[in-house]
Design a protein around this ligand. Structure first.
Ligand SMILES: Cc1ncc(COP(=O)(O)O)c(C=O)c1O
Length: 391
């Protein structure tokens, strides 16, 4: 998880600006939504196209595609402190969570604990299991910024099948306190399913140390890896117990034996894999992951905290309400600001900023600003200079 670049080596970090051509054109502060394309991922995407043009499926898939996917599994495993055999590649976080949800016995244990701040797809996945007996127990936020771990812990009991946790809340960027939740879930024989889309690559984590059971994340945001490729981590000792009812040939022990008489799921996390992979994305994802690992999540985190502190200072200067944690240790990668005048005004400001080449996103009456390690103070200043004109 540690980085090759020592923190403080700003020349090292800023040299990456050239890796991301969009930075020369636009003030790009929205890696929480879509990480920008690097030169490295572009070169790799072109490598894939060249191979596809030259080779047939045997060589393309076996000599290049499957090893490239394995590299992605290994890289993601390194990022979260897992073993590659504990990582599956799936098309999206929604698919990953849906597969996981089919492994649980809601007749034996109906309850799923989650929070009102979790990403909607989490709610939809568990709601879809209501027909199978699942009962959602949704923890409320006291301020629509944070979810207290104690409030989650208080809901976990012997009836609980799963505790769904977004490690970093997508709207406010509040970082959940995982250890007490994991401890309570395990004490009651329940599993913890972490949606880490806003944590992986930006806030360090070691899944083995924290004891998380299952974790899902995707390549497209902070990992700068492009769309169509996501990850599912399953703790090694749990793999044998997980029998997804969403399956496909690539999740079986020998996909090419074409044996229709039985279903023999793989013995590693790849039992969650299903059909033909979104293979081109393995090249772009590998490029993004390589950069993130090269820089190191610790260094990325430190730089991101500097930049989000700067965002907060600028917002205070304009008198804008900050709807993200002010404490560094509780704040993930982004800062959310309320735009006076409601949702329509926030969306208008967002589009006016696009016209000035400042790229953010909006949620309801707020703007989200998410600097990555390759952004700098100049980006933040420019964003606020434009914002000031519009308010
Ligand atoms: C926390 C979180 N989970 C899940 C999703 C949706 O993931 P996917 O589209 O891969 O299903 C998002 C998308 O922004 C997200 O922010």
């Amino acid at each position: 998880m540690g980085g090759a670049l020592p923190w403080g080596d700003m020349s090292g970090l800023s040299s990456y600006r050239d890796q991301f051509p969009v930075l020369a054109e636009r003030t790009y502060l929205i890696s929480a939504s879509l990480g920008p394309l690097s030169r490295r991922s572009r070169r790799l995407a072109e490598e894939h196209l060249d191979l596809w043009q030259r080779l047939g499926p045997e060589e393309l898939w076996f000599d290049h595609g499957l090893p490239r996917l394995q590299l992605c599994r290994e890289s993601f495993a390194r990022l979260i402190g897992a073993d590659a055999a504990e990582v599956a590649i799936v098309p999206s976080v929604s698919v990953a969570m849906s597969s996981i949800s089919t492994c649980l016995d809601f007749q034996a244990r109906p309850k799923v604990v989650l929070s009102e701040m979790d990403f909607p797809t989490n709610h939809y996945v568990w709601r879809a299991q209501e027909k199978a007996g699942a009962k959602l127990d949704v923890v409320a936020s006291p301020d629509k910024i944070r979810i207290e771990a104690d409030d989650v812990v208080a809901r976990i009991d012997e009836q609980t099948a799963a505790v769904n946790v977004n490690r970093v809340l997508f709207e406010s960027s509040w970082i959940m306190d995982l250890p007490p939740i994991v401890a309570a879930a395990h004490a009651h024989g329940s599993v913890v399913v972490v949606d880490d889309f806003h944590g992986s690559g930006i806030v360090p984590l070691n899944v083995h140390e924290t004891g998380v059971d299952l974790l899902v994340s995707g390549a497209l945001k902070w990992l700068c890896g492009g769309q169509g490729l996501a990850f599912l981590y399953c703790r090694r000792d749990l793999i044998g117990e997980m029998e997804p009812r969403v399956v496909g040939w690539f999740g079986t022990q020998d996909p090419f034996d074409f044996d229709r008489t039985q279903l023999r799921l793989r013995n590693d996390a790849r039992r969650f894999e299903t059909g033909t992979y979104t293979l081109p994305q393995a090249w772009t994802a590998a490029g993004g992951l390589e950069i993130i690992l090269e820089v190191g999540v610790d260094a990325i985190r430190a730089r991101n905290q500097e930049l989000t502190r700067r965002v907060i200072a600028e917002a205070d200067g304009l008198g804008l309400e900050v709807l993200s944690p002010r404490a560094d240790e509780r704040r993930g990668g982004l800062v959310r600001l309320r735009i006076p005048g409601g949702r329509t005004r926030a969306e208008k400001v967002l589009h006016q900023l696009f016209e000035k080449d400042v790229v953010l996103d909006s949620r309801a009456d707020t703007l989200r600003i998410s600097p990555h390690f390759f952004n700098d103070e100049g980006d933040v200043e420019r964003c606020f200079a434009e914002l000031k004109q519009l308010l």
